[in-house]
Design a protein around this ligand. Structure first.
Ligand code: ZN
Length: 215
């Protein structure tokens, strides 16, 4: 279940149950960078590249997923219609933030991130929890035949990026009750930046996940 907190940040009550974890999906009214003295991001390029932050902050090169295992560290992705996905491993207390637009989704970036957490931190899918945040919904996301074909659809079609990412996460072996989806649409829902709606004037919203310094 998702709810809006007093800072105008959506949170997953499932992820809230991990007491060592910090997380949230900022709306257009949230000032997420002001919340943290150190925050790691990447220059997002619609790839399936994953970077391990290793306690660094600032912009850590070109990638679309950030992994972290250091207490006190927070990683974030920025979106306006693309899907933000947050992963937390209850066993190794490690995290990932992922930016999944249609290109990243077609490149299976969430599966890559789960594999990278396994390779770097020893995470197993059975211990992972995932939250899929607000992004453009199937209601508003009509795409042309070339993009639709990437997802096995013919002609112009309405794409459900959140569902595609949910399916990929389940494919990795994450338990179905560990994957929650906001189903909030950034284009027709209130309080979001939307690139499709606002074009060049659209801002970006921060989705973040981190490990508490003390736990
Ligand atoms: Zn919509």
């Amino acid at each position: 279940m998702f709810y809006l907190d007093s800072r105008q940040i959506y949170r997953s009550s499932e992820l809230d149950s991990l007491e060592w974890l910090l997380h949230g999906f900022g709306t257009r009214f949230a000032d997420v960078p002001a919340l943290f003295s150190q925050l790691a991001t990447v220059k997002q390029v619609h790839s399936s590249t994953c970077v391990v932050a290793e306690g660094r902050s600032g912009v850590l090169g070109e990638a679309d997923a950030l992994l972290e295992d250091r207490p006190g560290a927070v990683v974030a992705v920025k979106t306006a219609d693309c899907i933000p996905v947050l992963l937390a491993d209850e066993r190794t207390r490690t995290v990932a933030a992922i930016h999944a637009g249609w290109r990243g989704t077609a490149a299976r970036i969430v599966e890559r991130a789960v594999a990278a957490m396994g390779a770097r931190f020893g995470s197993a899918p059975a211990g992972l929890h995932a939250a899929i945040g607000p992004g453009i919904g199937k209601c508003c996301y009509e795409v042309g035949p070339e993009v639709a074909a990437q997802f096995g659809l013919q002609g112009r079609a309405h794409l459900d990026l959140a569902e595609e990412n949910r399916r990929q996460l389940l494919n990795t072996g994450i338990p179905i009750d560990h994957v929650c989806v906001s189903w909030l649409c950034t284009m027709c829902g209130p309080g979001f930046h939307s690139f499709r709606r606002d074009r060049e004037s659209a801002g970006r919203m921060y989705s973040f996940i981190g490990i508490s310094a003390v736990h």
